[in-house]
Structures are given as structure tokens and as C-alpha cells.
Write a protein that binds this ligand. Structure first.
Ligand SMILES: Cc1ncc(COP(=O)(O)O)c(C=O)c1O
Length: 418
């Protein structure tokens, strides 16, 4: 897939004059278009809803932008619940999918009226004790050997998430006996998966399970949440998934299984993160040093603290040298940050056009699990997030961290009496 950028070098230079590098910049127009296409693709399902996975890009401006289009929020922690609340996304517009959950997190979810999706059978008693049983409940199913996993989440049987098939029958029975009347079901077995067929198979497994649960327990389902995990083409040679194809495939299974067994209508939910924001942001960074030892290094002013994926998973992120979009890739570089970690590299032995001092690099596809995974090792500060609006203006949706932010939890004054 062609790796284009939605701005010119001159535009970025004028933005840098106000907001120093590094920063992540999100393309509002492209995000809205993609979000609307997703809704259109699934419009056959009355009640279809995408709960944007807040963890992918926990920025209230983006959560609000998507909520205006009709998305809810998928939250996994107390902080994400509060962020949604502050954004005005509450009640059943929140799906709370967490694991190893603390009492205060369930209490907050209950306070907001969120749909709670339990990750384990032992959490039924825990939830009842700490927050009470809501009238709607969902469980996360782990299909074990029925499904092969992928690199990021791993094999379902080795993944820490969800209930086994035997447990899920027991769990719904317990909830039914406790008087719960509204049920949903959830799974998520892959992350960054580009194989469209994968999601259709998952739907097949889930719909079939729902039939078995219905037959055995007499419960019906309001919704089925097929999770997140739709991948994006980080590499130029990869292709984007065909969301229409996935939707049609799921619709076919829905008709064959749920409609045929008189279990329809069931609302289809997704909680995509990467697919919604991933391709639509760029980490903008400037070249500050060169180093020529056993390899040629280009040192930039961003680091792994601003984008952890390459260091953490060896993930590929495409790099464009602004103004040299069409120049031949004649040089081989490692593009590095300044952390005292040798995996602080945005690219390893990458062919790029010749890079000069002060060149500006756009690191692609940083819109999901990018800024969100940022950290402060070596005292590196988190960068700003900017939104390139549809009218071409720029809105700062998160300022850059300052040294005062970094030191805010330390009491230097206390040193005098220590
Ligand atoms: C439970 C859950 N839902 C949704 C997501 C979003 O995944 P993705 O961004 O790959 O769509 C994640 C990601 O970790 C997750 O753990």
C-alpha cells in the first residue's frame, strides 16, 4: 500500500515553528472518512456499534470526535473510564473490558452504568461483593484450541484472557440464577491481524457458541462483541483489510447461524483501536546527529519513549523524509532515539534517501498504541499530540510534557530535612 502523507514539508515546518518536534499529528479528515466507512459497511446490522478502544489513543478530543459519529468507548482501566466520563461518553456507550480488575475499577464502571465484560468466572463473586451485579453482563470467551492466535496476542491457549468453553456455560448459568436478564458475549483473539477471513471465522465460532448457550441455558443475547484486532498495513508491501468483505462474511454467518436458529436480532459490537486511528497519525521528528561506526546512524529528537512499538515488538514503521518523498533510497541507516537502550531504534538497516542535518522525518502509522505506550525512561518527556483539522488548521489536543510534569511527584523541598 502506497505510503503517502497528507501534508507538505512546508506545512510541517510552519507547524514546527509553533510546536517543537517531536510530536504526533493526527489527520482528522482521514479518521472521519474511515470511521464512516466502517459504519456503512456494517449498516446491515441494526444496532451495530464500534466502541473505540480508548487504550489505543486515550485522547478525549479523539474519543469525542468518534462519539459524534456514533462510536462508544471500550475502556480497560479506571483512568480510561474517567477519561470517557469527562468526554461525556457514559452509560452503555462504555464497554468495560478489563482483566485482573481491581475493585475500584468495577465500582467506577458500575457508577457510570458501563456494560461490564468479565474476563474470568471468579470475578462474578468479586464483582458482586465490590460493586454488585448489574442487569446486563457479558463474558469474554477464550476459544482455546478452536482458534490459532497471532504474534501479538499469542495462541489463545497461552493467552491470559477470557473463560474456557466449560466455564462460560457455568458463568452464564450463575448470572441467570442471580437474576440477570440482559446478556452479551465477547471475544478478542488477535491483534493487528490482516487476514480478513480470520474475523469471519471468529464470528462463526461465537455465533455457534451463542446457539449452544441458548439451547442449554435458555438465554438470549442482546449483543456479540467481536473485539478489536483488525490490522493495518504498516509495510508498503502489505494491503489494508477489506472491511466490506469482512462485514459481508460476518453477515453471511449471522444469517446462517443466528437468523436460522431464531436468535436474531443481535447487535454486533466491535472494539477496534488500531484500525480507527493507527494509519492516521505521524510522529514528526527532526534529525539532530549522525554517527558513522560499524553502521551509519541517524539520531533524531524523538525516542522509543514517544513510540515503543519498534523497540518492543520489532514493529516496522515506515519513514518518509519530508521533501525527499521521491528521492531514491540510496543509503542504509539505523534511525535511533537517545535512550540508553540499544532497541531505541525506529528503523534498522533501512534504505532511505540521503539524510541531512535538520531533515524532518515523518514516522508513519503512529495513531494507535503510539503516544499511548509512551513512557519516561531516562527522563524523556512525552510529546504533544496535534490534530490536523479538516479545514487545515491545527489543534493541540495534548500539550508536550514539561520537566515540571516529570518532577511533579517528587518533593525536592523535603530533601533539606532528609
Ligand atoms: C480487550 C481489547 N479490546 C480492543 C483492543 C484494541 O485492539 P486493536 O487496537 O488491535 O484493535 C485491545 C488491544 O489491546 C484489547 O485488549
Amino acid at each position: 500500500m502506497q505510503k503517502n502523507i497528507p501534508f507538505s514539508k512546508e506545512t510541517i515546518q510552519s507547524i514546527i515553528a509553533k510546536y517543537p518536534t517531536p510530536f504526533h499529528i493526527y489527520d482528522e479528515r482521514a479518521m472521519i472518512e474511515n470511521a464512516k466507512n466502517l459504519q456503512k459497511a456494517f449498516s446491515w446490522n441494526t444496532g451495530f456499534k464500534e466502541f473505540f478502544a480508548v487504550k489505543a489513543t486515550p485522547n478525549p478530543y479523539l474519543v469525542k470526535l468518534f462519539s459524534k459519529i456514533g462510536f462508544g468507548a471500550d475502556c480497560s482501566s479506571h483512568a480510561e473510564l474517567v477519561l470517557s466520563e469527562k468526554t461525556g461518553v457514559v452509560g452503555e456507550n462504555i464497554m468495560f473490558t478489563s482483566n485482573n480488575t481491581a475493585a475500584y475499577e468495577y465500582q467506577k464502571a458500575r457508577e457510570l452504568g458501563a456494560i461490564i465484560n468479565l474476563d474470568d468466572i471468579s470475578h462474578i463473586a468479586f464483582l458482586e461483593e465490590v460493586a454488585g451485579i448489574p442487569d446486563i453482563i457479558s463474558f469474554r470467551y477464550n476459544p482455546g484450541e478452536l482458534k490459532s492466535g497471532n504474534d501479538i496476542i499469542g495462541n489463545p491457549e497461552e493467552a491470559k484472557y477470557g473463560l474456557t468453553e466449560a466455564q462460560i456455560f457455568e458463568a452464564y448459568k450463575i448470572m441467570k440464577d442471580k437474576g440477570v436478564t440482559r446478556f452479551g458475549i465477547h471475544t478478542m483473539v488477535a491483534s493487528n491481524e490482516l487476514n480478513s477471513q480470520y474475523f469471519i471465522e471468529t464470528a462463526d465460532i461465537m455465533f455457534s457458541l451463542m446457539i449452544k448457550l441458548n439451547k442449554q441455558l435458555g438465554i438470549t443475547f442482546e449483543f456479540v462483541n467481536l473485539g478489536g484486532g483488525v490490522g493495518i498495513p504498516y509495510k508498503p508491501e502489505q494491503n489494508a483489510v477489506d472491511i466490506e468483505y469482512i462485514s459481508k462474511g460476518i453477515q453471511k454467518k449471522y444469517t446462517e447461524i443466528l437468523v436460522q436458529n431464531n436468535l436474531a436480532p443481535v447487535k454486533l459490537y466491535l472494539e477496534l483501536g488500531r484500525y480507527i486511528t493507527g494509519p492516521y497519525a505521524y510522529l514528526i521528528t527532526q534529525v539532530q546527529h549522525f554517527k558513522d561506526t560499524y553502521r551509519k546512524y541517524v539520531g533524531v529528537d524523538a525516542s522509543m519513549a514517544n513510540l515503543m512499538r519498534p523497540g518492543m515488538y520489532g514493529a516496522y514503521h515506515h519513514i518518509t523524509v519530508l521533501g525527499k518523498e521521491n528521492a531514491p533510497a540510496t543509503h542504509i541507516y539505523d534511525v535511533t532515539g537517545s535512550l540508553c537502550e540499544n532497541n531505541d531504534k525506529f528503523a534498522i538497516q533501512r534504505a532511505l534517501p540521503e539524510i541531512e542535518k535538520h531533515d524532518i522525518l515523518a514516522i508513519h502509522d503512529t495513531g494507535a498504541h503510539g503516544h499511548a505506550m509512551g513512557f519516561n525512561y531516562n527522563g524523556k518527556l512525552q510529546s504533544a499530540e496535534l490534530l490536523l483539522r479538516t479545514d487545515g488548521s491545527v489543534k493541540c489536543i495534548r500539550r508536550a510534557e514539561t520537566l515540571d510534569d516529570y518532577f511533579a511527584t517528587l518533593d525536592f523541598d523535603g530533601l533539606s530535612s532528609f
